[in-house]
Ligand binder design. Structure first.
Ligand code: XMP
Ligand code: MG
Length: 181
């Protein structure tokens, strides 16, 4: 496993510090508001678990699972809902929690889909952002780290469902994904 890693891009210690800051900002911004945190399965679960424990105001948690059509490590743009929210949202302020915003297609779809349900507000939060890769204009309200265009794993992010449990955000050796990206 260690042999598959080219380098640590963001260490567990750096992540911890940043997530604390993000939790504090969210706690300030949503004070007195009815917050529903929408975790996007599976990639966001590790970040979400850390983030919500840094949020000091009441909140509710729910999850969505989405899948972009196509295998490998790139997205085609078409998004499909595999699992939807279980609670109504009209009386809630929604915060979408993502692992990474890459082309922006997934987040754009989620924002449009959730806005159509007429919640009080919808904002977005991601631990990683790859601005160079953006194909659509999408606003990220809370971003942990902007990173260059490397394929990364760990801290919830996978390649072929592996490496999610790594505590650091790591760059995978290109030969591991063998041009499948
Ligand atoms: P976009 O913004 O392109 O992101 O719709 C869709 C999904 O692509 C995945 N993604 C990655 N996953 N390492 C990963 O493990 C990466 O470097 C990476 N870049 C994009 C991710 O699941 C995201 O939700
Ligand atoms: Mg993924």
């Amino acid at each position: 496993m260690q042999d598959d890693i080219a380098e640590v891009l963001v260490s567990a210690a750096e992540i911890k510090k940043r997530v604390k800051e993000m939790g504090a900002a969210i706690s300030r911004d949503y004070a007195g508001k009815d917050l529903l945190v929408v975790g996007i399965l599976k990639g966001a679960i590790i970040f979400l678990a850390d983030l919500v424990r840094e949020i000091t105001i009441p909140l509710q948690l729910d999850f969505m699972a989405v899948s972009s059509y196509g295998a490998g490590t790139t997205t085609s743009g078409a998004v499909r809902i595999l699992k939807d929210l279980e609670v109504p949202v009209e009386d809630k302020h929604l915060l979408i929690v993502e692992d990474i915003v890459d082309t922006g297609l997934t987040l754009k779809y989620l924002l449009e889909n959730l806005k159509a349900r007429k919640p009080l507000s919808v904002r977005s939060c991601t631990i990683l952002d790859k601005p160079e890769r953006r194909l659509v204009d999408v606003h990220v309200d809370y971003s942990g780290f902007s990173i260059p265009d490397y394929f990364v794993v760990g801290y919830g992010l996978d390649y072929a469902q592996k490496y999610r449990h790594l505590p650091d955000i790591c760059v995978l050796k290109p030969e591991v994904y063998n041009g499948q990206r």
